[in-house]
Write a protein that binds this ligand. Structure first.
Ligand code: HEM
Length: 496
């Protein structure tokens, strides 16, 4: 079976056993189908003369190769993907959302890509970082992309800061080295990042496997039912395998021994039919509860702790098939938080609002305007986007269908049931300052829930990174951790 070699190292032998000799043909050809007589020798003027420009095969071989690379993702460049299914096993969401994907008993195919955030395409899998958890559910009403992470909150709450934040996680523009001063300068100046740092510098920042971590949608979304009533929701993926993390030492060792540790683990477990799964859960707040919550429910730097806002099981996600070709399927997959079928809508979360723009924009640049024609990105329902035409590499251009709307010649038209909800806003255009906001109280709660070992590891992991930083930046960072807990502050002081 395609994609089911049990060890990644056996892939070539596995390919050989699945080769269909009758269909394969016996001649190697050019991309235009002309047979090739000699693959190893270019055509020269005599046995010791220069290569001839009339050797079209030679030129094609090199020119095609010269164009193999496309831009890597500007963030989340290194990743692993797999196909699977989402099964809904409860009618809980039916009263809140009209989305067909949430109907009890429904099953939708999906593609999931796990990733590292900061490293490049060839970077190490086990270094401390957030892990991406991007799910593309192919619902009968179009694509639903829940582009989340393995940690429940984020570093910043306003999309305006995202490019700067990412610059501090990437390379110094002069030295081309990772630069902890850049990172801690920014993070200590923006102390809404404190809760995220507490998660990241615990052992959750070094998961032992993509199969052994949770996933979180992070943002608050709006769910709308057939009556047009809405509530707010957060979506979570609770891992069904034992949750397991690496210690900092284990993670550093593996980064040297096997930089592709997580990629290989996922591929081989799926190949061995050891299919990983997650329980799909949701947390709900109605408009009144959202209004009266003691923190802003649309702030992605705040967690919805489950003892405060209950979590309901609504389904199961299972991964059961590897890609057949990494570049075609995983590298060219394109997730976009703006992809929501009717019944799921954005909330006013300012980070989410920025993401609604950024993903499609980068994918036009990274993949080209027709990336939705690629099988991994195509919806399973019928697409009638008859005014989307032409552009590079368009092989599905809707033939003679009218390319304008409205028109008098087609049955399909815009249907009111797909209209987005409306809501009333009565407010001034405000200046850009955040209202007073307690950036520490949830970090304190999290710290207090940690075991003694968690506390030791957190302090050690933070101290290791803070040690080489300029003293004035380190002092500022320490002040933030002092606001979380004097116990954490003392431990950090002691190690430093
Ligand atoms: C990838 C932008 C915040 C999760 C990306 C990409 C961009 C981007 C441009 C590359 C997409 C591509 O090349 O296909 C932003 C912006 C953000 C933001 C502007 C804030 C304003 C977040 C947050 C999360 C997140 C809060 C998690 C909750 C991801 C994931 C990927 C990704 C998982 C990789 C998707 C894949 O596997 O292809 N982001 N991001 N991002 N982002 Fe964000």
């Amino acid at each position: 079976e395609e994609g089911y070699c049990t060890s990644a190292a056996d892939q070539l032998m596995c390919f050989k056993t699945t080769l269909d000799e009758t269909n394969e043909g016996d001649a190697l050809t050019t991309g235009q189908g002309q047979g090739i007589g000699d693959i190893a020798n270019s055509k020269t003027a005599g046995p010791r003369g220069p290569t001839l420009i009339e050797d079209a095969l030679h030129l094609k071989e090199l020119a095609q190769f010269d164009r193999e690379r496309i831009p890597e993702r500007v963030v989340h460049a290194k990743g692993a993907g797999a196909y699977g299914e989402l099964h809904i096993t409860s009618d809980f969401l039916e009263k809140y959302s009209k989305a067909a994907v949430f109907r009890n008993g429904s099953s939708s195919p999906l593609f999931l890509r796990f990733s590292q955030v900061a490293g490049e395409l060839g970077s190490q899998d086990t270094v401390r970082d957030v892990r991406g958890f991007a799910v593309k559910v192919k619902t009968e009403e179009g694509i639903w992309d829940l582009v989340g992470n393995n940690l429940p909150v984020f570093f910043i709450r306003d999309a305006r800061l995202f490019p700067s934040f990412i610059h501090t996680q990437k390379r110094n523009p002069q030295t081309h080295l990772k630069d902890t001063n850049m990172a801690w300068d920014f993070l200590s100046l923006r102390n809404e990042s404190t809760l995220m740092l507490m998660y990241l510098y615990s052992d959750l920042g070094t998961p032992a496997s993509y199969r052994r971590m949770n996933g979180f949608g992070v943002h608050t979304f709006k769910l709308v039912n057939t009556e047009g009533d809405s509530v707010f929701a957060r979506f979570n993926w609770r891992v069904n395998q034992e949750l397991r993390n690496l210690t900092a030492e284990e993670a550093m060792g593996l980064a040297g021994k096997n930089p592709d540790y997580l990629l290989q683990d996922l591929y081989e477990n799926i190949a061995q039919k050891n299919f990983p799964s997650w329980t799909f859960t949701v947390q709900i707040l109605n408009a009144d509860e959202a209004e009266n919550l003691h923190f802003n429910p649309f702030d992605p730097t705040k967690v919805w702790f489950t003892d405060e806002i209950p979590e309901y099981e609504v389904g199961k996600l299972i991964l059961n098939k590897n890609q057949n070709n990494y570049f075609a399927e995983v590298e060219q997959s394109a997730f976009d938080p703006a992809n929501m079928p009717c019944g799921i809508e954005p909330s006013p979360d300012k980070l989410l609002q920025g993401r609604l723009f950024s993903y499609l924009d980068t994918q036009y640049y990274r993949l080209g305007v027709n990336f939705n024609h690629l099988p991994v990105n195509r919806p399973v329902n019928k697409v009638i986007a008859n005014s989307y035409r032409d552009g590079h590499m368009n092989y599905d251009n809707d033939g003679g269908m009218p390319n304008y709307n409205p028109n008098s010649f087609m049955k399909a038209s815009a249907l009111p049931r797909y209209k987005e909800s409306t809501y009333r806003l009565d407010s001034d255009i405000v200046d850009r300052h955040e209202p007073a906001n307690d950036n520490f109280f949830q970090a304190t709660q999290l710290y207090e829930s940690f075991s003694e070992t968690d506390k030791i590891h957190l302090a050690q992991n933070l101290a290791r990174d803070l040690k080489p930083v300029f003293p004035f930046i380190r002092e500022r960072a320490l002040k933030n951790f002092e606001a979380v807990s004097s116990d954490l502050f003392d431990r950090l002081q002691q190690i430093l």
